[in-house]
Design a protein. Structure first.
Ligand SMILES: NC(=O)c1ccc[n+]([C@@H]2O[C@H](COP(=O)([O-])OP(=O)(O)OC[C@H]3O[C@@H](n4cnc5c(N)ncnc54)[C@H](O)[C@@H]3O)[C@@H](O)[C@H]2O)c1
Length: 424
């Protein structure tokens, strides 16, 4: 393909040189003449291991060139990758001046374009930016389609990351445009993730936040371990041996708050002991407050439902157990009862006629106000309720019966409370 790369910084120059290396004809554009001269001389405009070789090779072969003119870069171009900077403003917000300027440069050239152009926003931009900033600026250019194609490379290893990407994401409404941009990376042999425009924008933030949380987590565990004379590297490398629960997809789906007899208790003990040792662990200290905030969102979402008879499905802290210790559903119910909501509860494993021992005495003695709301069958709830809240993963059979009831449903388990509320 004929590709224009607007902005020849770390992302743009690596993308331009490596795309040329894959066989595309690439023209890089930048307002900075020094960068253009460097590339045309076959040099990398900054230090990035391996980049200079790729630039030199592809300028020499004629597949890579550079210009200060956006119009020239866009001539006969199929795809334009926008790689301009989006630096932080003083208040932390993203600065979009470079993006606005680059897009307005494209809009100015649009009438002279000889073929349809796909504009791919590779710069990191907050979800909604393409729709709110890019598309309006290009609204008169019917020959231009916009997609999001975030970049995940790491400085210092950027060329290797481009050739062996961890993730290729392209998002947009126009399937042909999305596939065209994904096609740029076909020679890399990685299956691209084709998603919506906003997901593509958001995924970059989710990834960087995740990486930052991982690093902070390892460092906090390391700080505590060191203070306890425990080998931190051994702890973390052993943690990583668990690829079923630790380094895996487990626990990485948005859903309901956690609870139970272990996570809250052990986090509390860890944080308490760290505080006694004067070790600051802000990330670990924030896990329980974060969980509380998440529970509060669910409570608020249910309180926003106009008063009616609400059936709650699930009472234990998760499916397939009758353990009620620190179940977030108990807290949720107590708030709803406190606000005078009309509630009935069904949990397949907590039926007063069946449970015994500590669980029965917990229900009867500690939460009798909730015990009174318990139904012995799903039919009891479905026949009574005007509205359902799913607070625990249910079997496909139960979900089918819930769907068949035709009742409005807020599913806290498979969607975040805010998203769940919008399902109503
Ligand atoms: N650096 C990274 O490791 C990295 C990784 C992934 C994503 N990103 C994101 O990619 C984007 C670019 O990052 P970077 O580090 O390459 O930025 P950078 O500041 O190094 O480069 C941006 C380039 O864009 C040029 N430019 C600005 N306006 C222009 C215009 N109108 N026309 C042509 N060129 C223009 C600038 O002169 C500069 O050379 C940012 O949104 C960043 O958050 C960066």
């Amino acid at each position: 393909m004929n590709v224009a790369v607007l902005g020849l910084g770390y992302v743009g120059c690596v993308s331009a040189a490596c795309l040329a290396d894959l066989g595309h004809r690439v023209t890089g554009a930048d307002r900075d003449e020094h960068k253009i001269r460097s590339v045309l001389d076959g040099r990398a405009p900054f230090y990035e291991p391996g980049l200079e070789d790729v630039v030199r090779r592809n300028v020499a072969s004629g597949r890579l060139t550079a210009t200060t003119s956006t119009a020239e870069a866009l001539r006969d171009c199929d795809v334009a990758l926008v790689c301009v900077g989006t630096p932080s403003e003083k208040n932390g917000n993203l600065g979009l001046d470079q993006l606005r300027r680059a897009v307005s440069d494209i809009a100015a050239v649009a009438p002279q374009l000889t073929r349809p152009l796909v504009v791919a926003i590779r710069s990191t931009v907050f979800p909604g930016t393409c729709e709110e900033v890019v598309l309006p600026a290009l609204r008169d250019a019917s020959n231009i389609t916009v997609v999001s194609n975030p970049e995940f490379l790491r400085e210092g290893i950027a060329v290797k990351d481009f050739v062996e990407p961890s993730l290729v994401v392209v998002g947009g409404q126009d399937r042909a445009a999305v596939e065209k941009v994904a096609g740029l990376y076909t020679p890399l042999g990685i299956k691209p993730c084709l998603v919506s425009l906003r997901t593509a924008e958001m995924i970059k933030y989710a990834c960087n936040a995740f990486h930052a949380v991982k690093i902070s987590f390892a460092n906090e565990i390391g700080a505590l371990a060191a203070r306890l004379d425990v080998n931190a590297a051994e702890v973390m490398s052993t943690l990583c041996e668990d690829v079923k629960l630790n380094v895996s997809k487990a626990y990485l789906k948005p859903g309901f708050a956690f609870g139970g007899s272990c996570l809250p208790k052990d986090l509390r003990a860890l944080v308490y002991r760290a505080q006694r040792l004067d070790i600051d662990l802000p990330l670990l200290e924030s896990a329980l407050p974060s969980n509380q905030a998440h529970l509060r969102r669910a409570i608020d979402a249910i309180l926003d439902v106009p008063p009616c008879r609400i059936g709650i499905i699930g009472l234990a802290f998760k499916e397939n157990t009758d353990d009620l210790r620190e179940s977030p559903v108990v807290t949720l119910l107590e708030h709803l009862i406190g606000k005078g909501r009309d509630i009935r509860v069904f949990d397949p494993h907590i039926r007063l006629d069946e449970i015994y021992g500590t669980n029965r005495s917990f229900v009867v003695n500690m939460i009798p106000h909730i015990g009174k709301l318990l139904q012995n069958s799903i039919d009891g709830v479905l026949g009574w309720a005007e509205y359902l809240v799913i607070a625990q993963l249910q079997t496909p059979e139960t979900m089918e019966r819930i769907r068949a009831s035709g009742l409005p449903v807020m599913d806290l388990v498979t969607a975040s409370p805010a998203a769940a509320a919008s399902l109503v």
